[in-house]
Design a protein around this ligand. Sequence first.
Ligand SMILES: Nc1ncnc2c1ncn2[C@@H]1O[C@H](COP(=O)(O)OP(=O)(O)OP(=O)(O)O)[C@@H](O)[C@H]1O
Length: 267
Amino acid sequence: MVTSPAGIASTVINVKGLTNRFGQQVVHDHLDLEVRQREILGVVGGSGTGKSVLLRSLVGLHTPNEGTVEIFGQQLQSLNPSQRSALERRLGVLFQGGALFTSLTLLENVALPLIEHIKLSRSDAEHLARTKLALVGLPADSADKYPAMLSGGMVKRAALARALVLDPEILFLDEPTSGLDPIGAAAFDQLIVTLRNALGFTVFLVTHDLDTLYTACDRVAVLADRKVLITDTMARVEAVNNDWIKAYFHGPRGRKARTAANSEKEV
Ligand SMILES: Nc1ncnc2c1ncn2[C@@H]1O[C@H](COP(=O)(O)OP(=O)(O)OP(=O)(O)O)[C@@H](O)[C@H]1O
């Protein structure tokens, strides 16, 4: 994590008083959250607590009813369209399911943002796209395949390559390991950590995967009661006296994930 001379990590996302409503349903009620530079922040909470809506509010795909979202010190809602698109280029997003275009090859999928957003020629874009596919561990011959021809893990990696193609400073991941088997999920978690260490981006990661929380995240934010209940290290989050936290982290799956993460650290 990058720290200032005073030893305090700088904040890259600052959410204040965020309120999101759909009709009568209040999903977020004056929610606050800070994300620090270079950290991997895991966002967790029961189903329907608004994790995806939060992610969408941060990347500008959902306009909140109230509150402010500041990214790199710029308030999203106050930006004009060109400032907004300049900011959006500094963000990479991997949606649940990968969301690749099924009619395009992996290479075409990954090259597309380079052609559309920074107007690279097709050959330059494809050259760069090949390097990104290699970066996420895909074999060279996968470039000309269509998403339907690949395993779920390979599709996730290709979607990650596309999310990284403009060298984002913040990477947003929505349930990146859902649908992967445990070995594929663990490999994907490790890939995220390795890439963050090598490239230095910040990660905002929505997940239900306890193994991801224990092995990949520096801090965890728990969504409950329409707010962020706590944002802290796993050790401190586990100790909070809250019914959902107790059921989630101290249930059999939580215990298993914690034991596995501890034994990995000892190896
Ligand atoms: N566009 C929308 N219109 C109406 N309601 C919505 C919309 N988007 C989200 N919601 C509602 O907001 C609530 C939070 O949704 P969200 O998808 O953020 O939850 P989540 O915490 O990500 O859930 P899960 O863990 O099940 O994926 C849900 O009740 C959902 O139905």
